[in-house]
Design a protein around this ligand. Structure first.
Ligand code: BEZ
Length: 211
């Protein structure tokens, strides 16, 4: 079964590099990013784990916990952590799930048999404080992810969770945002005191409300 946007993220208990994790209580009240990589001691994965490790202070600033997953065992994850620090200069300080029986991978549909019968694809799930899935993406083994983009998407998700706005293509923190169409012009005047510009009746932009 696939996990879709708006679904409750499946709960699980799993062994990780930081001991057993019971997912929902572990992230209680916080955002979480659950991401899978195909295999330990592989080149693209090594660069990805280093990239995530470097961004941990940014995720923490956004009240967001990060947890990785592959089908390799905990001892292998621990041995690989040394290589990741060597190559990227960033120590892995977040837990990595060991999922040799593919229990979590199956719950989250991270094995795509027409890509590989045995390895997880590169999945990302951003999960809200309410445990609902806010974003998911899937990359193949050969394409490393852009974790700055995942951070950018997280910023959008957190902003749009608090204000009746959406973010345009390539939006970055501080850029103008779009007022959602369920807000009337009259309401927009009071809700967006910085003002707004009507480019089309369905496209009204306003300065980012929380900056
Ligand atoms: C990699 O991380 O480089 C990789 C992992 C699995 C298959 C192919 C590449």
């Amino acid at each position: 079964m696939s996990v879709r946007l708006g679904d409750i993220a499946p709960d699980f208990t799993a062994d990780t590099t930081q001991g057993p994790v019971h997912f929902h209580p572990w992230k209680e009240g916080q955002w979480a990013i659950l991401f899978s990589h195909p295999k330990d001691f592989t080149p693209v994965c090594t660069t990805e784990l280093g990239a995530v490790a470097k961004l941990i202070p940014e995720f923490t600033r956004r009240n967001t916990k990060v947890i990785g997953l592959s089908v390799d065992p905990v001892e292998s994850h621990h041995r690989w952590e040394g290589d990741i620090a060597d190559v990227t200069g960033h120590a892995v300080t977040f837990p990595m799930i060991a999922d040799p029986d593919r229990v979590v991978a199956t719950l989250y549909d991270m094995i795509h048999p027409n890509a590989s019968d045995t390895l997880t694809v590169r999945s990302v799930f951003i999960i809200g404080p309410d445990n609902r899935v806010k974003l998911s993406l899937t990359y193949p083994a050969s394409t490393g992810r852009n974790f700055d983009e995942i951070l950018r998407a997280l910023d959008s998700l957190q902003l749009t969770a608090s204000y009746s706005v959406a973010t345009p293509a390539d939006w970055q923190q501080g850029d103008d945002v779009i007022i959602v169409n369920s807000v009337s012009d009259d309401e927009a005047v009071t809700r967006f005191p910085k003002g707004f510009v009507t480019k089309k009746p369905y496209l009204r932009v306003t300065p980012q409300p929380n900056t």
